[in-house]
Write a protein that binds this ligand. Structure first.
Ligand SMILES: O=C(O)CCC(=O)C(=O)O
Ligand SMILES: [Fe+2]
Length: 356
């Protein structure tokens, strides 16, 4: 069952505007697609088949692969630097400013994130069809580093999205710290260490070698406990994350969304969070509508001639289940900061993740 391609919104949301005078994305000069040497699967991390079955690919994380050419890196870096004023700054100075939905601010990043060449390359690696996510807010997320390295925070987490590319745009060889790292184990194990206030054992922390800017990993970020290592000395560090979904809605919805309560005093000082708010609602609804379209098409093709009304009700209900859940979530309350932190914590169970 495959859902039809998503329509990327024709207009940027209110409060967003595209940069003027941007470089154009040209896949012939900007991409340099080179596959990874190694793949680590969910099973290698210790997950069982029951867990794996929910995911479109058995892949947990790749070793370094190359996405951008030197020309592509230069263009990306220029755009990312120009977008810094729109990043959301956490009230905690140890947390890097982050910009979501850069596809609504940069045509270059939009076209890179939607590139069919990149999606085909990742599909080949993951061994399953992948398309740029129909939740554009999760396309082109830029992680900036606070200019003053503060007291180190651990920063271990897992994401609440599907497969994602994490691309280094800075030159990692010039940095003291700031590596992308992951835990070679399951979320449950990582949560066990956290509960007991223990650090993750150093011999199970992997720091994949990313030889230079333009290299990336592809990861199943919701199953992989990972972090950006603290930067021990000031330096320039930018990463770009972008998510990919399976177009087969039979796979569990990868993007679990909650709507942060923007009236939380923590957020009030940054007007950019207010702009993001509306973008999250619509993008979330789009993603659910996109998935349901595949299920409704399957219903149209497959519903049998029957007088079993219960059977028809069951099939139709299943086709729109995620839309009904989305409606309930959109009608519901927003999530406070403390709960958002909890939702992102590694001890979150897969069952909970499935609820939204
Ligand atoms: O910048 C990095 O190395 C990791 C960023 C990350 O994990 C995230 O944004 O979720
Ligand atoms: Fe992450």
């Amino acid at each position: 069952m495959l859902t039809e391609p998503h329509f990327f919104p024709g207009e940027a949301p209110p409060g967003y505007s595209y940069l003027e005078d941007e470089p154009e994305f040209d896949p012939r000069t900007d991409l340099q697609l080179e596959p990874p040497q190694e793949l680590t699967n969910l099973r290698d991390l210790g997950y069982d088949t029951g867990f794996e079955i929910d995911f479109p690919s058995p892949l947990a994380v790749t070793s370094a692969l190359r996405v951008l050419s030197d020309t592509g890196v230069e263009k990306t870096r220029k755009v990312i630097k120009r977008l810094l004023p729109h990043a959301v700054h956490s009230p905690d100075p140890r947390v890097a400013p982050v910009l979501h939905g850069a596809v609504y601010r940069s045509r270059f990043l939009r076209d890179l994130s939607l590139s069919p060449e990149v999606a085909a390359f990742f599909s080949e690696i993951a061994g399953t069809d992948l398309v740029p996510t129909a939740l554009p807010f999760n396309l082109a997320q830029i992680n900036y580093v606070h200019p003053q390295p503060e007291q180190a925070i651990e920063g271990w987490h897992h994401d609440d999205t599907g497969l994602s590319m994490l691309l280094v745009v800075h030159d990692p060889s010039h940095l003291d710290g700031g590596r992308f790292q992951y835990f070679h184990g399951t979320r449950q194990e990582a949560a066990g260490y956290a509960r007991n206030r223990l650090c993750l054992p150093a011999d199970r922390v992997v720091s994949p070698v990313l030889p230079g800017p333009g290299y990336a990993v592809l990861m199943q970020g919701s199953a992989l406990v990972h972090r950006d290592e603290p930067l021990w000395t000031p330096g320039e560090r930018y990463t770009l994350g972008s998510c990919y979904d399976s177009p087969d809605p039979e796979h569990t919805a990868p993007n679990r969304t909650y709507f942060p309560d923007e009236t939380d005093t923590d957020h009030l000082f940054d007007p950019e969070t207010q702009v993001e708010r509306l973008c999250r609602y619509v993008d979330f609804a789009r993603h659910k509508a996109w998935r349901a379209r595949g299920r409704l098409d399957a219903f149209l093709r497959e519903v049998p001639w029957t007088d079993d009304r219960e059977l028809i009700v069951r099939q139709l209900t299943e086709a729109v289940r995620e839309v009904v859940e989305a409606v309930n979530l959109l009608r519901g309350d927003e999530t406070g900061t403390a709960q958002v932190t909890q939702l992102r914590a590694p001890e979150e169970s897969r069952g909970k993740r499935r609820m939204a």
